[in-house]
Write a protein that binds this ligand. Sequence first.
Ligand SMILES: [Zn+2]
Length: 72
Amino acid sequence: MTDHTTIPATPAAELDAYLRELGGCSDGHCIIIKPIGMHTNGGCRCARDEMKMRRVVFAYRRYRSAMERADV
Ligand SMILES: [Zn+2]
């Protein structure tokens, strides 16, 4: 019996997991991650958080280079 761990299998899954961990601002139009269930409608506040945006850019750059290496 093989016991698969929860390590994301694809670059897209890895990116998704990272953004989910980073967390959005729970706004319905959040640019990082769309909230599930209850959300606010005041507009995404993530872009004002410099550290958060740096992490988002880092995650997307890593995703892009992973996709380039994947040769798909
Ligand atoms: Zn947001």
